[in-house]
Ligand binder design. Structure first.
Ligand code: FES
Length: 162
């Protein structure tokens, strides 16, 4: 995947230019996460060439940018499915069945956590806290959060996606 070309679109260049005005020159590195996010939204995942493009814009070491991107679970360093299904298994969700929910999803999608289906429809993730612990168990599909889930309710949400 590493040879994949990456160029920001005109719209995203404008968006980035406006974000960069929020940062003084010497603190531009603070824009790393928003810019990586823009790159990922444009491309669907983050090829190394996109990380390098972001690093160049911010005048930072590409290796540092790459390490940061790899650290965050929200960034995908290889192609992902059209629907990224993340099931939270952090303690509050785990205690309320997050683990069982993940197993049910794995069975339904025929994927192990971390895998993407061959037709590129689904990626399954075993995720950390999604920030809605009071309504555990919680899962998300792309940017949509689903709370108070049961295996049955989440399976019906997933089957509606197809
Ligand atoms: Fe699952 Fe916080 S622990 S949302």
């Amino acid at each position: 995947y590493d040879k994949m070309k990456f160029k920001f679109t005109k719209e995203n260049k404008a968006r980035i230019a406006s974000i960069l005005t929020w940062y003084p020159e010497e603190e531009r590195r603070g824009a790393l996460l928003p810019l990586l996010d823009i790159a990922q939204r444009q491309h669907g995942w983050l090829p190394i060439t996109a990380v390098v493009a972001v690093a160049e814009l911010l005048k930072i070491d590409p290796m540092k940018a790459y390490e940061t991107a790899k650290y965050y679970t929200m960034f995908y360093m290889k192609p992902r499915g059209k629907f990224v299904v993340s099931v939270c298994t952090s303690t509050p969700c785990y205690l309320r069945g997050g683990d069982e929910l993940l197993k049910a999803c794995a069975k339904m999608l025929r994927l192990q956590p971390g895998e993407t289906s061959k037709d590129m429809q689904f990626t399954l993730k075993d995720d950390y806290c999604l920030g809605a612990c009071v309504n555990a168990p919680v899962a998300s599909v792309n940017d949509d959060l689903y709370e108070d889930l049961t295996e049955v309710s989440f399976e019906s949400i997933l089957s509606d996606l197809k």
